[in-house]
Ligand binder design. Structure first.
Ligand SMILES: *Cc1c(COP(=O)(O)O)cnc(C)c1O
Length: 467
């Protein structure tokens, strides 16, 4: 052991730091991280007992370590899952207008709570409020951190220490630990469940109303569908029941939308204006689902209720920062020109993208992928189904196209496909597909530029999946 050490004595940390490559590393990464990386490389060399390494070579290895460690955990991935609003991949991609607005808001001071007319303190909420009122016809509006916060705040404001009535068919769970009963408990509202899982009638609500009732809550069961022997009370009827008893109806739309998606062949999701017109006193929905903006939660409806919500001290703990407000303002402005939305809003552009266009992309990329993966995998153009995601239009899929990568020859078998999918996820720009029927499916609906996939795959080495 000591013999081998003497044979391949590595340079000292100082020698490496003084080398040209070492000095460049220090200039780029700073002293302490550079020394730490050099020490780690030297320790490995000593353990290996290999031939003596030159200071520059040690610096090069240290540089690779520093680059790998410095890569952001939030750097981009290619979403080829076929789910447009993928919660685990960050949901909506923002419009260029929103990105620009957010960037500007980060760089410069802005009149966030400052009235430029009077020179006095202004209202931070009024900026988004006016746009939302304009777009939906609501009396008033306010915005918080996300829709979960919106629901929590509404329940806490209207129902603290009192009762909220909800159908058993609407006690939903949204992925990531949002469960309606838990939110109601944390809001300090007593949950009064009515009806059954599959059927709830007007008389169920009417029979539950008492002196302690504070509100009736309707929740859009956006992430699943009950089929068969099923009945729910339509929002308009529920509004009549609530109002007869002098109670507010709160309608949590989840992925509410400001425009009717049916015009792009996407099936009908209730619109915010529609829910208000049906008599809801408050409507809540998300900013980063179908709306196509940054994470946010909207509360729209009667001015007197919004005023109470704005006075709740919890509101301050859920407010938006200036960056998201800027992005949200720019996103909402796009809705003033609905005819241009498909061009401008990536979420809608991806959802409405015609299958023929996606199939053409698949045919263009197929020979290149087949060549790249041969002889271990085959690549075939396939028809597949994309989905909206984030619980919107759950039973509705959209015809799409993509590539099916299947193990061929010696590599055949499901585990080869799993290794390939892991290799694609490990790329500097990870490529995320989905595995179905022993194939790795790359749904190309959300691939705007084929060069993005070419460039990501250029870093792929066969030994990454052969291991
Ligand atoms: C998604 C959803 C929520 C939670 O919204 P976030 O913006 O994710 O916090 C609440 N209610 C319903 C019905 C939803 O679909």
């Amino acid at each position: 052991m000591s013999d081998r050490k003497a044979q391949g004595r590595p340079p000292s940390v100082d020698q490496v730091l003084r080398s040209e490559a070492g000095a460049a590393l220090r200039a780029r990464h700073g002293h302490a991280p550079t020394v730490e990386a050099i020490r780690a490389v030297l320790a490995e060399l000593r353990a290996d007992g290999g031939p003596a390494a030159l200071p520059d070579a040690v610096a090069l290895s240290a540089g690779r370590r520093l680059d790998a460690a410095g890569r952001s955990r939030l750097s981009p991935v290619l979403n080829l899952t076929g789910t447009v609003l993928h919660t685990n991949l960050g949901r909506a991609l923002l419009a260029e207008e929103a990105i620009e607005a957010a960037t500007t808001a980060m760089r410069a001071a802005l009149a966030l709570e400052f009235d430029l007319g009077s020179g006095r303190r202004g209202q931070r909420d009024s900026i988004l409020r006016d746009l939302l009122v304009d777009l939906t016809g609501a009396e008033d509006a306010t915005v918080v951190n996300n829709n979960a916060a919106a629901v929590l705040l509404v329940l806490n404001t209207l129902g603290l220490g009192r009762e909220a009535i909800i159908s058993r068919g609407e006690l939903i769970e949204i992925g990531g630990s949002f469960r309606m009963p838990d939110i109601m408990a944390r809001a300090g509202t007593r949950m009064i469940e009515v009806g059954t899982t599959n059927r709830t009638h007007p008389r169920d609500y009417q029979g539950a109303i008492g002196p302690e009732t504070a509100l009736i809550l309707k929740v859009h069961t956006s992430n699943f569908r009950v089929e068969g022997f099923h009945k729910e009370v339509p929002a308009a009827d529920l509004a009549a029941i609530a109002h007869e008893a002098g109670l507010p109806l709160v309608n949590d739309l989840g992925s509410g939308t400001l425009v009717d998606l049916a015009q792009w062949g996407l099936g009908h999701e209730p619109t915010v204006a529609g829910a208000l017109a049906e008599g809801a006193d408050l409507v809540t929905f998300s900013g980063d689902k179908l709306l196509g903006g940054p994470q946010a939660g909207f509360i729209l409806g009667r001015a007197e209720l919004i005023a109470r919500i704005n006075h709740n001290p919890m509101k301050r703990a859920m407010r938006l920062d200036k960056i998201r407000m800027a992005a949200l303002e720019a996103t909402l402005r796009l809705y003033r020109a609905p005819d241009l939305l498909v061009e401008r809003l990536p979420t809608l552009r991806h959802l409405a993208r015609p299958k023929a266009e996606i199939a053409a992309l698949a045919r263009q990329l197929q020979p290149e992928l087949a060549r790249l993966l041969a002889p271990d995998f085959s690549a075939e153009v396939i028809d597949c189904d994309s989905q909206v995601g984030s619980g919107a239009l759950p039973t509705r899929t959209t015809p799409s196209s993509g590539l099916a990568l299947r193990a061929a020859g010696a590599a055949a078998g499901g585990s080869a496909v799993i290794r390939l999918s892991a290799a694609l996820r490990a790329l500097p720009v990870p490529v995320i597909g989905r595995i179905a029927q022993d194939a790795l499916i790359l749904d190309l609906r959300c691939l705007d530029d084929p060069d993005a996939l070419r460039s990501a795959l250029s870093a792929l080495e066969p030994d990454q999946w052969r291991r």
